[in-house]
Design a protein around this ligand. Structure first.
Ligand code: PMP
Length: 701
């Protein structure tokens, strides 16, 4: 209580009961600064990052609302429901259905599942591709099928849901930013059109508030060739609410979206890029000083084998300029450049014996700020503040009584927990010149299993550095295309090359550094920014969001060990009774010289054949050793039963967390926190794919 007796308002963090609750968080707005300069615009364009929604698109809002409407009239868990939807929209419906335990069957016209069938299959929702070309025909057939089978047809709610959800949420979130004076009064909202119901909902909001000065501009594609664009237009609705319509050319949209990703780090899908392209044209028509908000439909996830893949561009004869080859290492090199010790952290950590707080000899710590503003400076500020979600089904299904909370790091701007360290390492180098000076024109070179590479590619795109990533062949093509889309050069190295081989990802990075002028290896294995990002941020977020709930156990996978070291130090400092468990795969030696030799395993991003300097094994209470099969099966179970669209190492962390809960016999009121390092985007052709799983006997009983 304050002196005058008024309760001081102390903001507290939150945990969410399902991933859908976490979906209620507003998505941020980010200004396009470089494109403003490039196009000499006198107005500001902000993009709304709908791809950071929990299933990756604006349609998450619609799907959530449609099922709410259905529940209002009596649809319950276990019911059979049909819907007509393709692309990202289908993934949104399937994710909501997975969380709610609804048996959803998804119908769509021919070809509409092409980019999403694996994800829908992993979500456990059957799809029916109908032999028709249009959504109106598909809807009629869905209705027939629903009547025959006695299933509930969700289509009766989908238009209303899109309209209402965007009126209530998307438009209100934009106006909240205006009200907070974070952005100027909005002159126009630009949004890609598929059905157009979200655009109509946003237009209805402004009409209803009497704010007729706001133009709502919907964007479609000239020949309906961009995925999910203009295929299902409700022209009456657009007319009724005064939504203007503009058209873009398909190839121009692909080229521009690729440019948008590479210059601004906005990892958007092609319909979103098309909308930004039109927004730039509109900015030249509106009075100087106007504010335009572009609502992005979805992200790159569904398009890594589509317009972002140069092979696809060539095979489909699209008029889009493909990427040029970047620098490659010379075949001869001075062996002295390979003299390097990745086991030594740069600078010392010291601990105050009284307060137990840590400090670092070379780096000043950042203060923790739990708030994320509605309008960000750059997309790099959409890193961190990820939601902590309580698992509802998986622990019980595995005989675990206690509460298990998962931290959903796939909702970071670049899609993984490694975005945090990429940003922090770049920031430290910019401030201190360590381990190298970052000035415009510098080339960042980094050996990585991919996610640090994506984070650094993102930071390089935003900050204007060149970037070369060296990565073992084992890592997915999706990761490589994500990095290439952000403008980086990717060099693949043999899986079997040991870390000290000149041909390993580390060896090649060192060779390139010696060959390229003004090159810096930030070096995630030795850079204090790696554990520090997790000490300052990730762990603080966990403690803040857990609030009054005590933490008994924290379970983390380890690769560089930055995550486990940083989080463990903070947790032990603040909650001395909590235990921190590291998970290391069989075939790696992080948990100590192993009972098994160094060997191949499939889960990406974890384990090593050396002890990185960023790993402080003394910070970890004990280790679990993991297997591929259990890890992937658990990731698939989390996707199917909790709608948590996580990657393989996330499954690994959760599986071994549940094993710990069982072996410790943790009681009902115990709380366990598990970090999920990345999401499905990186693995659609890998563990999400039944064929890939079967080839490795991971689906054998
Ligand atoms: N999982 C994935 C998917 C990763 O990319 C990484 C980073 N290599 C990790 C887990 C482990 O994180 P850390 O390097 O901080 O130990």
């Amino acid at each position: 209580m304050s002196q005058n007796g008024v309760q001081a308002s102390v903001k507290k963090g939150v945990t969410y009961n399902t991933i859908l609750e976490a979906a209620q968080r507003p998505t941020p707005l980010v200004p396009l600064r470089k494109l403003k300069v490039e196009h000499q615009l006198q107005s500001d364009i902000y993009v709304k990052l709908e791809y950071l929604n929990v299933a990756g698109s604006l349609e998450d809002r619609t799907a959530d609302k449609a099922f709410q409407f259905a529940e209002e009239i009596g649809v319950v868990r276990g019911d059979e429901v049909f819907v007509t939807a393709g692309g990202s929209t289908a993934i949104s419906y399937a994710t909501v259905a997975a969380v709610k335990g609804i048996k959803l069957t998804i119908y769509a016209p021919k070809g509409e599942f092409a980019l999403v069938d694996t994800v829908l299959h992993t979500l456990g929702m059957p799809t029916v591709e109908l032999p028709v070309a249009t959504y109106s025909e598909a809807r009629a057939l869905t209705e027939e099928a629903a009547q025959q089978k006695g299933a509930f047809n969700l289509n009766k709610f989908t238009t209303n849901a899109a309209f209402v959800a965007n009126l209530q949420k998307t438009a209100c979130e934009i106006e909240r930013a205006v009200n907070n004076k974070s952005i100027g009064k909005v002159g126009a909202v630009v949004i890609p059109l598929n059905t157009g119901a979200p655009a109509a909902g946003i237009a209805a909001y402004y009409k209803g508030t009497g704010d007729h000065g706001v133009r709502v501009v919907g964007v479609t594609c000239k020949k309906d060739t961009i995925p999910e664009m203009g295929l299902d237009l409700k022209n009456d609705l657009l007319q009724e609410y005064g939504v203007e319509k503009r058209e873009v050319d398909e190839e121009e949209a692909y080229s521009f979206t690729r440019h948008l990703i590479g210059t601004e780090g906005i990892m958007a899908g092609p319909s979103s890029g098309a909308a930004v392209l039109e927004a730039i044209k509109l900015a030249k028509e509106l009075p100087a000083g106007s504010t335009i908000v572009v609502v992005l439909q979805d992200g790159i996830r569904n398009y890594l084998r589509h317009f972002l893949d140069d092979d696809w561009i060539v095979a489909n004869k699209k008029n889009v300029v493909t990427r040029k080859d970047g620098p490659q290492p010379n075949s001869t090199y001075d062996p002295k450049v390979l003299v390097y010790d990745p086991t030594k952290l740069a600078g010392e950590w010291t601990q105050d014996p009284e307060t137990k707080a840590w400090s670092h000899s070379e780096v000043e710590f950042n203060q923790f700020n739990p708030e994320r503003p509605l309008v960000l400076d750059t997309v790099l500020d959409a890193i961190g503040k990820t939601p902590l979600v309580k698992l509802q089904h998986v622990p019980k299904a595995h005989g675990v009584k206690c509460n298990v909370y998962v931290k959903c790091e796939y909702l970071n701007a670049g899609g993984s927990t490694k975005d945090r360290i990429a940003k922090r390492m770049v920031e430290i180098a910019e401030k201190t010149g360590k381990p190298g000076k970052l000035v415009p024109g510098v080339t960042l070179i980094e050996p990585t299993s991919g996610n640090t590479g994506i984070g650094l590619s993102l930071a390089s795109a935003v900050r204007g550095y060149k970037c070369i990533i060296t990565m073992p062949k084992k890592m997915s093509k999706e990761k490589a295309i994500a990095m290439a889309s952000l403008g980086s050069t990717i060099i693949r190295t043999p899986n079997e090359a040991g870390f000290d081989s000149p041909h390993s990802h580390i060896g090649v990075a060192l060779r390139l550094k010696s060959e390229i002028q003004d090159a810096v290896v930030l070096d995630q294995y030795c850079n204090p920014g790696n554990p520090l990002a997790h000490y300052e941020q990730t762990a603080e977020e966990i403690i803040y969001d857990m609030g009054d709930k005590h933490i008994d156990l924290v379970v983390l996978t380890a690769g560089t060990g930055g995550t486990v070291t940083g989080i463990s130090r903070k947790i032990h400092e603040r909650i001395p009774t909590a235990k921190v468990v590291g998970v290391d795969p069989h075939g790696s030696i992080l948990a100590g010289p192993a009972e098994t030799d160094i060997d191949f395993y499939e889960v990406e991003g974890i384990g090593y054949d050396f002890l990185p300097g960023t790993l402080d094994t003394s910070a970890i209470d004990y280790w679990a050793k993991s297997h591929d099969k259990e890890s992937f099966l658990m990731a698939r179970e989390l996707i199917r039963t909790e709608g948590i669209l996580c990657g393989g190492s996330s499954g690994c962390a959760v599986h071994y967390a549940l094993e710990e809960c069982k072996s410790l016999n943790l009681p009902e009121d115990a709380n366990v926190v598990v970090l999920l390092p990345d999401g499905i985007r990186n693995y659609i052709t890998k563990f999400l794919d039944d064929d890939w799983m079967n080839e490795r006997h991971f689906l054998d009983a």
